[in-house]
Design a protein. Structure first.
Length: 282
């Protein structure tokens, strides 16, 4: 039986005003990109309020990092974006936005599967699911964070998330997985989305209350504990095409990845495409 559409009213009742943490939530059947839609609403008469959520059943032009295409199948996954105006946090600390989203996904997957599906993070923007002694974990979700607006006091964060929920293993691209492929095909997308949004709202509140200080908020330790990149030999393709190779040794308070090169020098990077070359050291 084909999955039913998401119930906008039920979602609003669960996480929207007046008692929920999100100020606005809309579900649309189809759009080009939920990130692009919210970025277009950062200012002007149709400006979206802080903590706005936009969910699409299907995207025609979904994007990942570096303008890659994010593919989704209507009714099988969760594709949504959130708009944040975190005035309590300096813009220089907004690099934590995709990491907060990733941590919320891990916490939500633990909750909805009872911890039966291994979930971890690949810095900076992928959720990894599954994995065993004879099988590597695969990508279950991608995250794209973008800054909109002009002046510093008018800047806005938009964070897009695409999570594979009900897609069968045979319909997934190479290197991808879903909750269904990991044995949880019975999960209701609405229930999963509610858990993700609540987890993200809690993390966002902790982040803002600490004025972006992830050490004081305890967030950096939570992230390090769930980051599968740490301890691994990695190859990081940096902007401009240079490849940095070494061991990932830390994620710092600014959300940057520290890589110790074979010669002993440590380089800190704020953006890049990461390949896990070998398993984490034991």
């Amino acid at each position: 039986m084909a999955p039913g559409p998401l119930d906008q009213d039920a979602l609003r009742h669960a996480v929207g005003p007046p008692t929920g943490p999100w100020a606005s939530l809309d579900v649309v059947a189809r759009t080009g990109s939920t990130n692009a839609d919210l970025l277009a609403r950062t200012s002007g008469p149709d400006a979206a309020p802080d903590r706005t959520v936009l969910v699409a059943e299907h995207q025609d032009a979904g994007r990942g990092r570096r303008d890659r295409v994010w593919e989704d199948r209507a009714g099988e996954g969760l594709t949504f974006s959130i708009l944040l105006r975190p005035r309590e946090v300096a813009v220089e600390r907004w690099g934590w936005a995709p990491l907060l989203a990733g941590l919320a996904l891990v916490e939500a997957i633990d909750q909805v599967t009872g911890g039966e599906v291994p979930a971890a993070l690949k810095w900076p923007n992928d959720l990894l699911l599954g994995g065993s002694d004879d099988r590597q974990p695969a990508k279950g979700a991608g995250i794209l964070a973008e800054v909109g607006g002009g002046r510093d006091d008018d800047r806005t964060l938009v964070v897009g998330i695409g999570l594979n929920v009900g897609t069968a293993a045979s319909d997934l691209p190479a290197g991808a997985t879903s909750l269904a492929a990991e044995g949880f095909g019975h999960l209701d997308r609405e229930a999963v989305l509610v858990v993700v949004l609540r987890a993200l709202a809690d993390l966002d509140a902790r982040w803002r209350d600490a004025h972006g200080d992830v050490v004081a908020a305890g967030i950096v330790e939570d992230y390090r504990a769930r980051c599968a990149t740490l301890g691994r030999e990695v190859a990081v393709t940096l902007p401009g095409g240079r490849v940095l190779e070494g061991r990932a040794v830390d994620v710092d308070r600014d959300g940057r990845l520290a890589v110790r090169e074979p010669g002993g020098d440590t380089t800190v990077v704020s953006a890049g495409d990461v390949v896990h070359v070998r398993p984490a050291a034991r």
